[in-house]
Design a protein around this ligand. Sequence first.
Ligand code: HMG
Ligand code: MG
Length: 301
Amino acid sequence: MTKNYPQSVRIVEVSPRDGLQNIKTEIPTETKLELINKLCDAGISDLEVASFVSPKWVPQMADAADILRQLKPHPTTNYTVLTPNLKGFERALECGVKEVAVFTAASEAFTQKNINCTIDESLQRIEAIMQPALDNNIRVRGYVSCVLGCPYDGHIDASEVARVTKALIELGCYEVSLGDTIGIGTPLKAQAMAKTVLETVPADKLALHFHDTRGQALANLFACLELGIATIDASVAGLGGCPYAKGASGNVSTEDVVYMLHGMGIKTGIDLDKLALAGHYITQQLGCQNNSRIGAVLCTE
Ligand code: HMG
Ligand code: MG
């Protein structure tokens, strides 16, 4: 089979949301804003800055509106926020967002734990967001979690991933990001799952969102890149994890992804040195380990 690597890849940076949502200590809003500014400065074009979920469920995201209010529009960075339902969407709308991300999963048990409803109910909640989004000219991105396995249900059929992905596209999502929420996949399984999804949804409407719990995320991305999928979600310093996915650790680190892509001659528009500084900044602030190999190397050179 001919390998169809993209010439450029769009990175969706999720660290201010996915990277920070699971951190138990309070992070000042100013620190989050400084991280966001550093990521913009590094050339990140798409940045998920917060989530409008229930603050009782995810206290770390309680300052989402403050972040949005204080954030200056950036000429080259598109900000997006995660919203689980109409209430979250309306809170985001009040803050003047131009894009939201909605989320569901290919696992019933995970959907219950994460958002307290069934997959079909989550799709109905998303449907309720679509008309107001259209009326307000707001783009909607979708996520499907547990595409390579679930912490509660175990095996997940790729056909179910394809069904939910197609449903999100039909509801009006411009793109769907495929989440290996617990970083359980391996390259050939990731590729097989992506091939099944590609039978119903084209590559230019798909993104890859792989957590790195078992150190497989880069290999899994590499395996899917040759299928022509050219959007990758990542988190600087490899921060991240979902509070409702037992054992889920960080996302793949943006620094490592960018290093790999640039090494393959694939453009990202990102300045790797500045990106590493952003990763260094947030790990220093949090007093945590930098999970990016490349970030750690660049910051000690
Ligand atoms: P619920 O308790 O079933 O909701 O939670 P409810 O409709 O019964 O409402 C209960 C209370 O929450 C009410 O307030 C609502 O007003 C309030 P009360 O009357 O008790 O004062 N409420 C809200 N408040 C603020 N913002 C909202 C909102 N909605 C209701 N949007 C809900 C349902 C979805 C809200 C809850 O389950 C929730 O917030 N879950 C958060 C899940 C989450 O953030 N998970 C992490 C992100 S997903 C992820 O990380 C995966 C991803 O990265 C991809 C991957 O890796 O696979 C995207
Ligand atoms: Mg995630």
